[in-house]
Design a protein around this ligand. Structure first.
Ligand SMILES: Nc1ncnc2c1ncn2[C@@H]1O[C@H](COP(=O)(O)OP(=O)(O)OP(=O)(O)O)[C@@H](O)[C@H]1O
Length: 348
């Protein structure tokens, strides 16, 4: 069962499509992240799901009920969705409890109070029920915003960059806590983020967008380990761009020779993309394990980034466990873990 479905949904603010999605599904109980660079259409997709924008074409369903198509448009107040925005949008003149009770107007006054207190307890904020939003920290306001969104028992929670107002230390803590809570409650979530690490940390599924379109959808592992193109490979993590020359069914590079993937036989590929962790140090140099010189090594705690130079003047960055960090000036033979090396056909 999917809680949210987009079918051939297009939307434009002016002439070009800001969103052009053939198919998007958010399964019940899943936490799905819309990820992509600024302006790629993430927030518009979320606003379409919320009913804050209406599609130019296509169909949007929530729990199999049509929310928008050529004839029907269900407004945001009737969609039974919960919204959490970047700035939390709490009402400053209402107490914390009043904020959470706001969306429960269908209940009697005592029921509203007990339901809102229950939600505050769930997010660990019941001690602050009588406080006002300005008396809370950013992380606490975020929790109240989440309680307010969850209180009416929505069919899906829509979150737009919900952690971007928090400082780095608090952000990691609050997002882990939020994810645990949402999972415990079995809530279905569609969340916007521009931060790949946040998406990989939180999402069951990532939907990576570019220029209004979905480029790839899958688990963090799918996108990181099997990117469909250079954009996906580079967006999810660092890659070295290494020039390559074709020799029959092989590509020859300063890092060694690798077989051309079957799907690219007959196509042109002038470089390979190599994740820093694909480069390993080996004890002996061979034609397949070329020698490099360590130009620089930065210790980042558990691992180090090591800059390697080659006789033709090219450089790459390797990521290795700090305990295995070589010394600057040392010569090291390297090998490649081909699972973290990507080759794509050149775009014409
Ligand atoms: N109200 C608007 N009027 C006209 N164009 C808009 C409006 N809102 C967004 N756009 C345009 O639509 C496209 C998609 O914008 P959207 O805000 O959905 O992207 P986004 O991926 O959420 O970006 P960001 O990460 O910067 O918030 C962009 O080209 C943007 O300039």
């Amino acid at each position: 069962m999917s809680n949210l479905v987009f079918e051939n949904v297009r939307h434009s603010y002016s002439r070009a499509y800001s969103v052009d999605i053939n198919h998007l599904e958010v399964g019940a109980g899943k936490l799905v992240c819309l990820l992509g660079p600024s302006g790629c259409g993430k927030s518009t997709t979320l606003r379409l799901a919320a009913g804050l924008e209406s599609p130019t074409e296509g169909k949007i369903l929530i729990k199999d009920e049509v929310m928008a198509d050529d004839e029907i448009f269900v407004g945001p107040e009737d969609r039974r969705v919960g919204l959490v925005f970047q700035d939390y949008a709490l009402f400053p003149h209402l107490s914390v409890q009043g904020n959470v009770a706001f969306g429960l107007s269908h209940l009697s006054a005592p029921e509203r109070r007990s339901q809102s207190l229950h939600m505050l307890e769930t997010v660990g904020m019941s001690d602050s029920a009588e406080k006002y939003p300005h008396m809370l920290s950013g992380g606490e306001q975020q929790r109240v915003a989440l309680a307010r969104a969850l209180a009416p028992n929505p069919r899906i929670i829509l979150m737009d960059e919900p952690f971007s107002g928090l400082d780095v230390v608090l952000r990691n803590h609050v997002r882990d806590e939020t994810q645990t809570l949402l999972k415990e409650m079995g809530t279905t979530v569609l969340m916007v983020t521009h931060d790949p690490e946040e998406a990989m940390r939180m999402a069951d599924e990532i939907v990576l967008m570019q220029k209004g379109k979905i480029i790839q959808q899958g688990s963090a592992g799918d996108l990181y380990n099997n990117p469909v193109n250079e954009f996906v490979a580079s967006f999810l993590g660092d890659v070295n761009h290494v020039p390559a020359g074709r020799q029959g069914n092989h590509l020859s590079t300063v890092l060694g020779t690798i077989p051309v993937p079957e799907k690219l036989l007959g196509k042109i590929a002038k470089k390979i993309l190599v994740r820093p962790e694909a480069i390993r140090f080996v004890s002996e140099a061979t034609p397949e394990n070329p020698v490099s010189e360590v130009l620089n090594a930065r210790n980042l705690g558990a691992f180090s980034l090591v800059e390697l130079g080659f006789p033709d003047g090219s450089k790459v960055t390797a990521r290795v466990a700090t305990l295995q960090t070589p010394k600057v000036g040392e010569s090291c033979a390297i090998s490649l873990n081909l699972d973290q090396v990507f080759v794509f056909a050149d775009e014409a």
